[in-house]
Design a binder for this molecule. Sequence first.
Ligand SMILES: [Zn+2]
Ligand SMILES: [Zn+2]
Length: 347
Amino acid sequence: MKGVVFLGKRGCEVREFPVGEPGHGEVLIRLRASGICGSDLHVYRAEQATDQIRGHEPCGVVEALGPGIVALQVGDRVSVHHHWGCGACPACARGDPVACSQDRVFGVAVPGSFAEHVVAPERNCIPLPGSVSFIDGAFMACVGGTAFGALRRLGVVAHESLAVYGLGPVGLSCVLVAKAMGLRVIGLDVIAERDVIAERVNIARECGADEAIGARGEEAVAAAREFSGTNGVDYVIETSGSATARRCVIPSLRREGKAAIVGVGSSEEVINPGDIHGRAVIHGRAVTLIGSVVFPLGWSWDLARFLASSGLTFEPAVTHRFGLDDAPEALRTADEGRCGKVVFLMD
Ligand SMILES: [Zn+2]
Ligand SMILES: [Zn+2]
């Protein structure tokens, strides 16, 4: 089968690999879709080559069963949660393989989803309702689930206001899920040194954002506060990982508002809980800050139901679709960042 490996310094190539053999409790999946994720790009830009097949947003059809399979059948359409976990520790018992000390991630410790097939544990496979597309299933595996997880952790209430900082694929997914949950949403692309990525602001509008702008930090905060209709939005989700955007989080919130910090990136310290300029976690605003990393495995089942019942699709966030043979162009497109989500489709 074909699989994509990274050669270091923004190189990649398609190579031939043997199709994997499902072990006990595992299935072989014929892949139909896999998104390119921001975390793939970190590795793509790195110096070193990797021999592993990359990709961790697998979605496809069960093609063969290993021994000990309980419920899955050949032909089932499934999304695959990207953290394997060991399946036996307290974190895995809580449905939180992300926190498992023996965790393995597709495309890192085990062969990933930029390929024609992948082997996965049955417990990671979430059957797709008939109305949910393979592309939506690929979003469920990582980026869409991350958005769903952040909104759930915030405990959002319909018709309240949300500011999404960062309009890459995670931010766009937050816009889509939040709109399906009935929130009012402003999308904010914060600029420091670079120009506004107009494409992303436009895609955010196409994803249903009530308002979307690119702005410098102070302007973004002013826009979020004005959008709220009061003295700040009820919720913020920060997806960009930039220090400039993180500095906007607390001033954008109303008193006792809540924010989820999702984006990884800058290591600069930006929060001073005792800041006396009306931006403080404690006195000025009494806000709640949540770190939100990915999402528990069990929530993938809830997200599948949510997609079916709400009619939500992530496809408005997709701007580019490629076959595996076009991997170099696909990676180049995603790396330039003047786009929404880039996905591989396999047939
Ligand atoms: Zn990812
Ligand atoms: Zn475990």
